[in-house]
Design a protein around this ligand. Structure first.
Ligand code: GTR
Length: 326
């Protein structure tokens, strides 16, 4: 879909929704690429319930799931324009526009999901959320995105040598293009919604993602090899359009921010449950899972990527603080 077409589709859907929206007086429209029931979708709905309760029904949220408003890159632009009020996206599609978002998107920057939580719940996370304000957006909260690993339709990948020359889809981020290149493979940036058919028709050999996305997208039906190299633990983010934000009273802004924060523990619980369920479903379907993989060469190969993207003192300092976080 072209940007103009997706804008038109978004307007049409939003106009229709104002007639049928939920109980609150003012409904904030929120976009998500994932299907109904996915942890991110459910977490934003939960935030909407908190908002309705805490504003006595003045404010609520309607989640447009399943990429109804378009693919992530387009919906981010629509959110900046104020056509969409809220958006739940990966940090990846922000990498080319907000340099701070590159830091938690660096391969192997986090030692574990716990480490990621400590960093993103602390001052570094707050600084990254604040950086959205220079781009017509308000950063509200971070959600979980597990760890991302490579899957493909061709063969079991057990080492970097096996990746050589293969073609993988990445999110639309130069950093991820370079990450795949540094591993000796070729990256094709493309919207999430095009990945299934691109694997099926052999345009690409595979992609990379976490258990819930690998499962809910159906990619596991066409990519039968999943190698748990866990190169990324990239958080997801919930943002609001600055335009929509500025239309709220100061009191309501505080309520929105707090409700977003309060949705995080709920999201983490849903995430843990869905990760286990998705893993079970994928394993049951007969996908070959490769776990005995030495990550050291993968980590070493990322040095030029860090050198290219961690350039300013500000970004270097962020990396140092993340590495020093126990
Ligand atoms: C998922 C993430 C989505 C989207 C997708 C992708 O894990 O939750 O927001 O970024 O990956 O690969 O495009």
């Amino acid at each position: 879909m072209t940007f103009m077409k997706s804008m038109t589709a978004a307007f049409a859907l939003l106009a229709a929704s104002t007639l049928t929206a939920g109980a609150a007086d003012k409904i904030l429209r929120s976009s998500d690429t994932h299907p109904d029931g996915y942890p991110t979708v459910e977490a934003v709905k939960y935030m909407g319930q908190l908002l309705e309760e805490r504003t006595g029904g003045r404010l609520g949220i309607e989640v447009f799931h399943s990429a109804q408003l378009g693919q992530e890159k387009d919906t981010i632009e629509q959110t900046q324009f104020g056509v969409i009020d809220m958006n739940r996206v990966s940090l990846g599609p922000f990498n080319n526009i907000i340099e701070e978002t590159q830091i938690p998107s660096l391969p192997y920057i986090f030692r574990s999901v716990d480490h990621m939580h400590k960093v993103m719940d602390g001052p570094v996370g707050d600084e990254i959320l604040a950086a959205f304000a220079d781009h017509d957006l308000i950063g509200l909260a971070f959600y979980d995105g597990g760890s991302r690993s490579f899957y493909n339709s061709q063969k079991p990948i057990k080492s970097m040598d096996d990746l050589s020359g293969m073609k993988f889809r990445v999110m639309q981020s130069d950093l991820f293009v370079d990450m795949v290149g540094a591993l000796g493979a070729n990256a094709t940036p493309m919207p999430y919604g095009e990945v299934y058919s691109s694997i099926q028709t052999g345009v690409i050999d595979g992609a990379e993602n976490n258990w819930p996305s690998f499962e809910s997208s159906g990619h596991y039906e066409v990519a039968k090899y999943y190698t748990l190299d866990q190169h990324l633990i990239v958080p997801e983010v919930l943002v609001m359009s600055k335009k929509s934000w500025e239309a709220l009273s100061e009191e309501d802004q505080k309520i929105v921010r707090q409700a977003a924060r309060d949705s995080v523990p709920h999201m983490r619980k849903l995430w843990a449950e869905r990760e286990a369920a998705s893993e079970a479903k994928v394993r049951e379907s007969g996908v070959e899972i490769i776990t005995d993989i030495d990550k050291t060469p993968f980590i070493d190969a990322m040095k030029p990527v860090y050198a290219k993207y961690v350039t300013s003192d500000k970004l270097k300092d962020m990396v140092a603080r993340i590495q020093a976080t126990e």
